[in-house]
Ligand binder design. Structure first.
Ligand code: NAD
Length: 331
């Protein structure tokens, strides 16, 4: 049997430790090193992997010779740290967003292509069974002419770095809208996006021009190749009446497909197919999807996969986000 890949874990805060646990529980790799600037977070991660070396820097972590590194640091660091790992010949699984703009994302993809190393990003909702059921059936609802995608989070991030655009790249669009843009394009097989218009708000006031404030409410309209329209809305700390409102609805000439959360849950989703006044449930909870993107990457790493050109799609998603911010700055 081939030895398990040796894995390094860079940034082991909330999501980093969750993904670390998922990959180790799946038996897909051995934790060789952990690095976090917070001693408290590093110690908590060591509970999951007592034999892993504790390292102070990414350089020291790379010196332990990992096959892959899982990155879950603040967003501004993702591109730089991914490129450093890839240039050392190490595969990368990075939290979203891979970069704060398309230029950063493209630079990471260049590094991965050059090094022929596997790169994947934690676009976790793609890995829900409910979203997969919607995507699998998208051809059964005729011509898709409209889509409505929503991610309202009644809470906001509790770490200060999320509110500094230099460190986060943006507010709820960068944090939650990235999932919506990705789900839209992935479900429709990546049509070109012809037009983008966006309205961004912070604390109830419209944001326009250049600003140091991150948005906490956004409505975005995308015009897609072939004439379809998509409306995206996302927010932090909305008076939503529940913890979260998450959905992706695709309207076709012969039916509607819906992915939506159940009872305000962050974790439970259903998929439905609607025709006229009838509705058929395609998938319902439970579904333990949270760590699946990381596990999928680790499986492919263990199988010896190198660069996967599918990852180039990440640039298109990031370009749409760039256009969202550019549109709001103009308004
Ligand atoms: N895929 C998803 O659905 C999803 C969900 C939640 C968060 N995220 C993303 O995960 C990332 C982390 O979010 P979080 O909520 O876990 O944040 P967090 O602040 O809890 O974790 C970040 C960790 O990185 C550490 N860190 C900071 N600088 C470092 C450095 N230079 N080297 C090593 N460690 C460093 C911090 O000490 C902290 O422990 C964000 O980019 C966020 O957007 C993705």
């Amino acid at each position: 049997m081939a030895p398990k890949p040796r894995l390094g874990f860079l940034g082991v805060g909330w999501i980093g430790r969750h993904r670390m646990q998922a990959v180790l529980d799946a038996g897909l790799g051995e934790a060789c090193a952990i690095c976090d600037t917070s001693a408290q977070m590093a110690a908590a991660a060591r509970d999951l992997a007592p034999d892993a070396a504790m390292m102070d820097t990414l350089e020291a972590l790379l010196d332990t010779g990992p096959d892959g590194v899982l990155i879950a640091t603040p967003s501004a660091l993702h591109a730089r740290q991914s490129i450093r790992a890839l240039e050392s010949g190490v595969a990368v699984f990075c939290q979203k967003p891979l970069g704060r703009d398309a230029r950063e994302v493209a630079a990471v993809l260049d590094a991965a292509r050059r090094a022929d190393r596997l790169i994947a990003v934690d676009l976790s909702y793609r890995h829900t069974r409910a979203m997969q059921a919607v995507r699998d059936r998208i051809g059964s609802i005729g011509a898709v002419f409209a889509a409505d995608l929503v991610f309202h989070n009644a809470y906001g991030p509790d770490k200060p770095w999320f509110y500094d655009p230099e460190l986060s790249g943006g507010g709820c669009v960068m944090d939650l809208g990235v999932h919506l843009v990705d789900l839209l394009l992935w479900t429709l097989d990546f049509p070109a996006v012809d037009t983008v218009s966006a309205d961004l708000f912070a604390g109830g006031s419209r944001i326009s021009g250049k600003t140091d404030v991150v948005e906490d409410y956004a409505v975005v309209t995308l015009g897609l190749e072939g004439g379809a329209t998509a409306r995206l809305a996302c927010s932090w700390r909305l008076h939503a009446g529940c913890e979260a409102v998450i959905s992706a609805t695709f309207y076709g000439t012969e039916g509607t497909l819906v992915f939506s959360n159940v009872g305000g849950s962050f974790y439970d989703f259903v998929a439905e197919l609607r025709r006229g006044t009838r509705s058929e449930t395609l998938l319902s909870p439970p579904d333990a999807w949270g760590g699946r993107a990381a596990v999928d990457w680790a499986e492919r790493l263990a199988a010896g996969c190198g660069f996967d050109a599918e990852a180039e799609r990440l640039i298109q998603v990031s370009e749409v986000l760039d256009r969202v911010y550019a549109s709001a700055r103009k308004s």
